[in-house]
Design a protein around this ligand. Structure first.
Ligand code: PEP
Ligand code: MN
Length: 360
């Protein structure tokens, strides 16, 4: 939990850190109306896109520099801090001129190390807080690489934003949450504050509160949420933006679980259950070790007979059988497939290693 770090960087912090505001600045009136509706609620910063990375040309591509003047006016009037997305050095220069309080690097930009490096170079010598969104694809290396490029340019106020990953599969969400990736980022960079952007994960306003709550349950430090005074008429991301009222009610209703509890009965019960889990894990590992021994023996037998390591027919049967059994045990098909595929991969590696060793 690194939300105190965000506070140390000068951002207001109440129940949680939230950056909120429209996907895009559209008119001065819209920027001011949204900022007024959000002022006085402990917002971390007011967000608004000025240069919009659109998938296809001809869509609304943002109002450009003029929008910075509108945001600056909104800040002067409401006292809110302000932040926007930068995708190239000219954006950085304009934002520094207007003395923005925060910047973020968008998902499309994080995907491209050349762009991230150019932004990092343009920021050298400043220490403005920069929030780095995950890349479009589920590649944690690219995400960490972008953060490292900014850190190497001397920036110390860095944070991450999880906005989901694009996928070719039909799904409920616009971008797959794939929580294991931000959780792995928390493990690898424990001092890095991390926000969740439920708007871009969901793609639909109605789903946003559920994903926001899930982020709270997973101990994210805060949120970035798209809020528009008239979502159906928004010039970008109309389906996913909340009205200020919907946003404030969502924040009010979010439960913020803590990592620990001092209740002795709870602690006792939890520690018994944890012992159980530890035991089961030991048994699983011992069984896996035994299974690998049998697999290696099978490998030696196959080598003697000059039979191939991979036996596609048998593998197909195993998968179908284990998925059927797994489903009977309340395990999902996807989970059983993942586990069995990992086990099979290791089995083949071990049989092959023996085969090579035997031939030497
Ligand atoms: C945005 O925040 O409006 C945006 C374009 O987000 P992303 O980079 O996550 O797509
Ligand atoms: Mn958007």
């Amino acid at each position: 939990m690194n939300k105190q770090r965000l506070k140390a960087w000068g951002f207001p912090l109440e129940k949680l850190f939230v950056a909120a505001g429209p996907c895009s600045a559209e008119t001065e009136k819209q920027v001011l109306a949204t900022a007024r509706a959000l002022a006085g609620h402990g917002l971390g910063f007011f967000r608004s896109g000025i240069w919009k990375p659109r998938t296809r040309p001809g869509c609304f591509e943002g109002v450009g520099r003029e929008g910075l003047a509108w945001m600056d006016r909104a800040r002067a009037e409401t006292g809110l801090k302000i932040g926007t997305e930068v995708a190239e050095p000219s954006h950085v220069e304009a934002c520094l001129e207007y003395n923005l309080d925060a910047l973020w690097v968008g998902a499309r930009t994080t995907t491209n190390p050349f762009s991230v490096q150019a932004i990092a170079d343009a920021l050298r010598g400043t220490d403005i807080p920069v929030f780095v969104k995950n890349p479009m694809s589920a590649d944690i290396g690219l995400w960490i690489g972008a953060i490292e490029r900014l850190a190497n340019a001397g920036l110390t106020r860095l944070a991450a934003i999880h906005r989901g990953f694009s996928s070719s599969l039909e799904m409920r969400y616009r971008n797959a949450p794939a929580w294991k990736i931000p959780i792995e980022l928390m493990r690898r960079m424990p001092d890095l504050p991390i926000l969740c952007d439920p708007s871009h994960i969901c793609g639909k306003a109605g789903l946003v509160p559920t994903i926001a709550q899930e982020a709270m349950d997973l101990l994210f430090d805060g949120l970035m949420v798209e809020v528009h005074p008239d979502p159906p008429h928004a010039l970008s991301d109309a389906a996913q933006q909340l009205t200020p009222e919907q946003f404030l009610s969502m924040i009010d209703h979010l439960e913020r679980p803590s990592e620990k509890s001092n209740d002795a009965t709870f602690a006792n019960h939890l520690s018994k259950l944890r012992e159980n889990v530890d035991d089961i894990d030991s048994q699983m590992l011992e069984l896996l070790g035994k299974r690998m021994e049998v697999v290696r023996e099978m490998g030696r037998l196959k080598t003697q007979q000059n039979v191939s390591t991979l036996q596609p027919g048998r593998w197909k049967e195993i998968l179908a059988d284990r998925v059927r059994k797994g489903i009977g045990l309340d395990l999902s098909e996807e989970f059983v497939l993942q586990i069995m595929q990992s086990i099979h991969e290791e089995a083949i590696l071990q049989q092959e290693a023996d085969r090579v060793e035997g031939a030497e």
